[in-house]
Design a protein around this ligand. Structure first.
Ligand code: FES
Length: 158
């Protein structure tokens, strides 16, 4: 049979071992939980942001292609992306439109002779507004939201 001093020592050791176990678990669990939760806490995947396209003195009355490079963060994935965007001034306001055909994603080209965008892959044609003139493209070329700050043109990229 154990005496009171032995039980007290056993209880003390159990408490110390339990406390050390809790500390070790916390030391390991907090960084692991942070690793898995951090992307979710940083915001939604594909958050939209303004990206500088060019300076406004480079933007003319007819569509001109500009290339942007941006870092896209989607959860744990971080990738550098490039995109070509047409920009021009229409009724005194900047317009920015994708160059990605809505059929299968080929890059469209502006043809100033007929004031249309032509897709070289399957022959889709879009007017200056981005509307489909000739298929197989199923829908219009989307435009980007734009803003001008300090003489620079920015587009909203998702
Ligand atoms: Fe443009 Fe097919 S990808 S018409």
């Amino acid at each position: 049979m154990a005496d009171a001093a032995t039980l007290s020592r056993r209880n003390f050791l159990n408490t110390v071992v339990g406390a050390l176990g809790a500390v070790i678990t916390g030391v390991i669990a907090v960084p692991v939980a942070g690793y898995f939760l951090d992307p979710a806490l940083r915001g939604k995947a594909g958050t939209a942001s303004w990206v500088k396209l060019t300076s406004m003195d480079q933007v003319a009355g007819s569509p001109t292609a500009f290339t942007i490079a941006a870092e896209k963060i989607n959860g744990f994935m971080k990738e550098n992306v490039q995109a070509t965007i047409f920009a021009w001034v229409e009724n005194g306001k900047p317009v920015a439109m994708t160059n990605v055909c809505t059929h299968l994603g080929c890059p469209v080209a502006w043809t100033p002779n007929d004031s249309e965008f032509h897709c070289p892959c399957h022959g889709s044609i879009f007017d200056k507004e981005g509307n489909v003139v000739h298929g197989p493209a199923p829908k219009s070329l989307p435009r980007f939201d734009t803003k001008v700050e300090n003489g620079d043109l920015y587009v909203m990229v998702v």
